[in-house]
Design a protein around this ligand. Structure first.
Ligand SMILES: [Zn+2]
Length: 263
């Protein structure tokens, strides 16, 4: 028996959602009832029970639905569903952006087995691009270093983060980014957790690091303000749906456990 087909519908990089704001995944019957004019359609992932597709259409009013961006779903829907929606959007963007070979300019063709495209002329493979990044919470005893980023639209204080450069290990990136952004030296870098971050295609590797030396001097291009905060008196921080929120929560729990063991 064929597995169930399920559809994410995308227009202008926005996802079809219910009027209550929840991401909608249409089953085959619902999909065909809407009678949408399909521009592009790609397989996202398949298992023995389900086969997910992403379908691009022109932006249009669909009664009973609304269009929302993926960010609106962060912490609003389950993590697995959020990751799947992120994969759907990234799959669509990747197909659109890799129709031609970057070396010779000829059209690419699908890889026979992998999620990849091939230029048969150059014998080159193109796999979906993922950008590895580090995100780090620098700590000093009961205090952690939080920063307000220039790109953030809200008054929210978060960890430091940056892209891993060619030839760097993630730990080297942690040391470099912290120095560049706040002029502080760190060591004892410990990996905590990771998170795919589909805005647009990062893989965040999360670390804690110990402060060693230096006074905070912020790089104004990336950081508006940065300061040390006691784990009991934190400012507005990111939600637990983000890896930044998880790193901060890990630190707070570690300090609280230490206080209890001292008592
Ligand atoms: Zn080529």
């Amino acid at each position: 028996m064929l597995n169930n087909k399920l559809y994410f519908i995308v227009a202008n990089d926005q996802l079809l959602c219910s009027t209550s704001g929840h991401l909608i995944v249409l089953n085959e019957n619902e999909f065909y009832c809407l009678n949408l004019h399909i521009i592009l359609q790609y397989s996202v992932v398949a298992n023995k029970d389900e086969q997910y597709w992403v379908v691009a259409i022109n932006s249009q009013e669909i009664p009973g639905y609304q269009w929302l961006n993926l960010r609106s779903q962060l912490g609003f829907i389950s993590d697995p569903k959020f990751q799947l929606a992120g994969r759907a959007l990234q799959t669509l963007r990747w197909h659109i952006d890799h129709q031609y070979c970057g070396r010779c300019g000829k059209p690419t063709v699908p890889h026979p087995r992998d999620l990849a495209k091939i230029c048969t002329h150059c014998a080159l493979d193109f796999y979906p691009r993922i950008s590895p990044c580090i995100i780090v919470l620098v700590t000093q005893g009961d205090y952690c270093l939080l920063a307000r980023h220039t790109k953030s639209h809200q008054e929210i204080f978060s960890c430091l983060a940056g892209f891993i450069e060619i030839g760097e290990s993630p730990e080297q990136t942690v040391v470099r980014e912290v120095m560049e952004e706040v002029s502080v030296n760190v060591d004892n870098i410990r990996y905590i957790a990771s998170q795919p971050w589909p805005f647009p295609g990062q893989l965040m590797l999360g670390y804690l690091a110990d402060y060693v030396s230096g006074d905070i001097i912020v790089d104004r291009n990336e950081i508006l303000a940065a300061a040390w905060y006691h784990y009991n008196q934190l400012p507005n921080v990111p939600s637990l749906a983000t890896i930044s929120g998880c790193l901060i929560n890990t630190f707070v729990q570690q300090r609280q456990a230490l206080q209890i063991s001292i008592k």
